[in-house]
Design a protein around this ligand. Structure first.
Ligand SMILES: *Cc1c(COP(=O)(O)O)cnc(C)c1O
Length: 396
């Protein structure tokens, strides 16, 4: 059969057509009134998308750029920081904090798990300046308890920085009420546009902390960006085409919420939650095991390959037979699992198709174990149950 190329990877994700058109049409100089209007609108919409009153800073960088900016702007060499890590992205925080000469404490959990709040509580010291964590650990498909960690920090001077690069748009966060000081997003995840933009929302406490930071920085000086943003500009040449694309994507999310962007964000999050639940049910109906069964993220489902089979074979079959690009495991987890993202522009038909393709691939590999329809039925039942639940809510 024909194969349409589709990205089901946890970044980059499928592109929103309206965003692609906006990008192609963006023939604009950045020091003009037209661009300033676009930039200000996008920054204002991003606040609503993130769900915060805090200022949002946009930068031309992949998501890691905003992670580095957080470390470079909030710390000084020798500062004690706590990294909560249970995967490759958690390890990135440790590597960044190390690069900036911080004194690092770590709470870690095995890959596929999340850390206990008790362990976090006992690792916090009076001089812990910043806690760094992920909202969702993309390398393992696990979700971390941001709210729980934030509560542990209430009433202290310890700042909380959350890499929500796959968390935003797939997970409910109450940024201001919980007290998240920096929350980070990236363009190639749930906002449906290509890689190249990172953004972060920064609390007043965090801006204050920056006044005392002694780290060297230049491009990633957030205070400089904030000053420029107040005038509708960025300090250096912004990624104009990506910003136009982001504007179109935020419009689409607003339309999904019938004109209310905050509602649109909820729609997007609920979409990912349901797609992930359908996918997990489908995989389990095939006898497959989830890598992070205890706290699964809605951003991405990590499914272990059966009986020691190299998951590269599954990844290859998805691509060669169906044009579906799914991710392998990352680092040491390569060969052990596939990861299917439910980020952004990913709908019911994508979900059913990927479950059906998985069923088809497993039927070829393990014909004795697979009965056609079981995985798709499980996914359908999850969908139908959610519809019934919604109808009940409407009538109640
Ligand atoms: C994608 C991702 C990043 C950022 O990676 P970049 O390649 O720098 O964009 C960081 N953290 C998580 C959890 C991610 O999923």
């Amino acid at each position: 059969m024909l194969r349409k190329n589709r990205l089901y990877t946890p970044g980059p994700t499928q592109l929103l057509p309206a965003a692609q058109f906006a990008m192609a049409a963006a023939n604009v100089h950045h020091r003009t009134a037209d661009f300033r209007a676009l930039y200000q609108r996008v920054l204002a919409d991003l606040k609503v998308f993130v769900g915060t009153q805090n200022d949002v800073i946009l930068m031309a960088a992949s998501g890691t750029g905003a992670m580095e900016a957080s470390v470079a702007n909030l710390t000084s060499p020798g500062d004690r920081v706590l990294v909560l890590t249970a995967g490759k992205f958690g390890e990135r925080w440790t590597a960044l904090a190390k690069a900036y000469g911080c004194t690092i404490d770590e709470v870690s959990a095995p890959y596929g798990e999340t850390f206990s709040l008790e362990a976090v509580r006992s690792a916090l010291k009076p001089d812990t300046r910043v806690v760094f964590m992920q909202g969702t650990e993309t390398s393992t498909g696990a979700r971390h308890d941001v709210k729980g960690v934030a509560q542990l920090l209430k009433g202290t001077d310890t700042l909380l920085v959350v890499d929500a690069i796959t968390g935003l748009g797939t997970t409910h966060f109450d940024v201001d009420a919980w007290g998240v000081d920096i929350i980070i997003g990236g363009s190639q995840k749930a906002v449906m546009i290509p890689p190249g933009l990172a953004f972060c929302a920064v609390s007043e406490r965090a801006w204050k902390r920056m006044e005392t930071s002694k780290q060297p920085k230049y491009y990633f000086d957030l205070r400089k960006e904030r000053k420029s943003a107040a005038k509708g500009e960025s300090a250096y040449t912004p990624a104009t085409a990506l910003i136009a694309a982001l504007g179109a994507a935020l419009d689409y999310i607003r339309e999904s919420g019938k004109g209310d962007l905050a509602k649109g964000r909820e729609v997007l999050v609920n979409n990912a939650e349901l797609a992930a639940e359908m996918t997990r049910a489908g995989a389990e109906a095939l006898g497959l095991k989830l890598f992070a069964p205890h706290a699964p993220a809605a951003a991405v489902s990590a499914i272990l390959s059966p009986g020691g089979m190299d998951s590269s074979e599954l990844v290859k079959r998805f691509r060669d037979e169906f044009g579906a690009v799914v991710a392998n495991g990352q680092g040491e987890m390569k060969g052990k699992m596939i990861r299917i993202a439910h980020l952004g522009y990913y709908d019911y038909l994508d979900t059913i198709a990927i479950v059906a393709a998985l069923e088809q691939i497993m039927a070829e590999l393990q014909p004795e174990k697979v009965k056609f329809g079981n995985a798709v039925r499980a996914a359908q039942q999850v969908y139908a149950a959610s519809r019934a639940e919604k109808r009940a809510l409407v009538t109640a």
